[in-house]
Design a protein around this ligand. Structure first.
Ligand code: KG4
Ligand code: ZN
Length: 364
């Protein structure tokens, strides 16, 4: 069974063909991503209108590249999956309308996919063998064994990207319940906004990750602490905006004195605060749900310090951890195809009325 996954919810136009094998493995046959970072970086963030235009220009080429790279034609496809929510409405509509036209004109089933579930579904993908036409690295940090969910023991998922930060309980790859989320900025957004305050190129997440590593290697602690993002009210919710304000105040007061902030020290203080906040909330969530599997996913889970924190947390608790390899953390079409496969198994088809939805019904 061959599934085409199309993603255009934010600033990546992506398409991928995934093969659902008879043994249940989901093999990536192609994974094409056109990033718009260069277009948005001069504005320090994603400009929705520019994003929609760039998706419109790229979607046809990216999709046919994905088919060609996988070595198949549209008549061999068994389904077309597309992200329909949540995201930027103009950007979503490009993917949804393209997928709709492709599916309906070729008489292929269409599946609308929730972007947050799709991120988690990246954990079920099998990297292809080295030497395939797709440029891929094998998963190195953890040996690949697909997560086995059961009715008895739910899994917990932590999804953190530039637009979302959620803790979810799941009983199956289609059956999710949100039990915690950010009340303001997303985790990746916090990294990006603080990166901008420090004058780092957009998006700041990756650069701050490296800067924090440089600082930690010195063995010295940052000379200040940033506020926690773990809201202390018994919920599993986060607030990242207080960290941003605190950084802004500190940076402004240094600059008023003619001093430039030590980027590495700020990166370390920020990372320490974010990672400990996430681990604290996940610890509570694990106590409450008695989940014995933790799935992490989303662009911000590429953060090396968070990955170490998650490994330590799950080792301490004796539970299983799944995180996609770095190249599957950010937005991609393969995760959309994987989630489309699970939706198909549950009879969740879409029809010509499928529409993009920025938020609202995107709640899980
Ligand atoms: O999942 P994604 O590609 O797009 C959305 O769905 O939003 O996530 C992009 C986000 C950006 O905010 C970026 O700064 C963040 O992921 N990110 C990182 C790292 N790599 C990417 N954040 C922290 N550390 C990283 N290494
Ligand atoms: Zn995403």
């Amino acid at each position: 069974m061959f599934i085409l996954g199309i993603e255009s919810s934010c600033d990546e136009t992506a398409a991928s063909v995934v093969e659902a094998c008879p043994d249940g493995r989901l093999r990536i046959l192609s994974n094409i991503i056109a990033s718009q970072i260069d277009l948005h970086s001069r504005y320090g963030g994603v400009v929705p209108e520019i994003a929609s235009r760039a998706h419109t220009e790229a979607i046809s080429r990216i999709t046919y590249d994905a088919l060609e790279c996988a070595g198949i034609t549209t008549d061999k496809l068994d389904a077309v999956g597309v992200t329909y929510t949540p995201g930027l409405i103009g950007a979503l509509l490009v993917g949804v309308n393209f997928a709709k036209a492709l599916a309906l004109s070729n008489n292929i089933p269409l599946v609308g996919v929730n972007h947050i579930k799709a991120h988690a579904a990246a954990n079920w993908l099998v990297p292809v063998k080295p030497g395939s036409p797709v440029e891929m690295r094998m998963q190195t940090e953890l040996e690949y064994i697909p997560p086995a969910l059961s009715e008895k023991s739910p899994a917990l998922a932590f999804i953190a990207s530039g637009g979302h930060t959620s803790i979810l309980e799941l009983h199956s790859p289609v059956d999710y319940k949100t039990i915690g989320h950010t009340r303001d900025d997303a985790m990746g957004e916090a990294f990006d906004k603080i990166g901008r305050v420090l004058g780092l190129p957009y998006p700041g997440g990756e650069a701050l990750d490296r800067l924090a590593a440089d600082f930690y290697v010195s063995g010295v602690q940052p000379s200040f602490k940033l506020p926690s993002a773990a809201i202390d009210d018994g919920t599993l919710d986060f607030s990242f905006s207080g960290i941003k304000t605190s950084v802004l105040d500190r940076v402004n007061s240094l600059r008023q004195k003619g001093q430039e902030p030590d980027h590495a020290e700020f990166a370390a203080a920020l990372t320490t605060s974010i990672v400990s906040s996430v681990i604290r909330k996940l610890d509570i969530a694990l106590d409450r749900t008695s989940a014995d599997i933790l799935l992490a996913a989303g662009g911000a889970t590429a953060n090396s310090h968070l990955r170490s924190g998650l490994i330590q947390l799950t080792q301490r608790r004796g539970i299983e951890l799944y995180i996609p390899p770095l190249w599957l953390c950010g937005d991609n079409g393969a995760m959309v195809a994987a989630q489309a496969y699970f939706e198909l198994l549950n009879g969740n088809f879409s029809d010509a009325s499928l529409n993009g939805t920025a938020t609202g019904t995107s709640e899980l």
